[in-house]
Design a protein around this ligand. Structure first.
Ligand SMILES: [Zn+2]
Length: 202
């Protein structure tokens, strides 16, 4: 149970623009994550692996963080998503609809990155690169999603992985119902990285 939400950072990975599902921003704010801790990162839309790895790298450099939350910008949490903050694991994912449906969550330790929370002391013991595609021997087909590498390393190191609750998600190829485009003029640079932006307090 995370009681001090001021120690939770949230990085939203928005590829390739700064579009974010409204429900995600509202849920983070309703969950008492301080606005100053919410970062929107324009990841490399040509390389999802680089985007996820950079988000972890950036989050580990934020001060006073005990829990790191990472979210794809098109994930839509709701009341069924609140279990995330009560989970006892080192790395906790919210279950959501994927390109292969809910079957991707068949195991208790199934791990996928649409919206996940990491205990900082555990994440700091994970070696980079954290994410990477799995391929068949000739690299002509993808055999594992980018999250499998993280999951294997975490299990090898004895960390507890779990998945809880549910968040809405419209998998790749489906039309997004709506989204907010966070215009650049309402954001400012942070961390010395032009792609990492905070929303101005209005
Ligand atoms: Zn995955």
């Amino acid at each position: 149970m995370i009681t001090d939400r001021s120690k939770v950072s949230a990085i939203i990975i928005a590829n390739p623009d700064l579009r974010v599902a409204p429900e995600l921003l509202l849920w983070l704010i309703d969950s008492d994550i301080p606005r100053r801790n919410i970062l929107i990162y324009r990841g490399n839309d040509r390389d999802q692996v680089a985007a996820y790895n950079r988000a972890v790298e950036m989050s580990l450099n934020l001060p006073n963080v005990e829990y790191h939350l990472f979210a794809d910008s098109d994930i839509r949490p709701y009341s069924a998503s609140n279990d995330l903050f009560d989970a006892p694991y080192d790395f906790t994912c919210l279950k959501c609809d994927t390109e292969t449906g809910l079957g991707a969550w068949a195991e208790a330790s199934s791990f996928h990155t649409a919206l996940w929370l990491a205990r900082s002391s555990s994440l700091r013991q994970m070696a980079a690169p954290w994410f990477g595609w799995g391929y068949n021997p000739t690299h002509s087909a993808i055999s594992k999603c980018v999250c499998d590498q993280f999951r294997k390393q975490a299990i090898d190191k004895g960390f507890r992985i779990g998945n809880v609750g549910h968040a809405l998600h419209y998998p790749r190829g489906k039309q997004l119902p709506d989204s907010i485009c966070v215009k650049e003029r309402y954001t400012k640079n942070t961390n010395g990285d032009d792609n990492a932006r905070k929303i101005f307090r209005t």
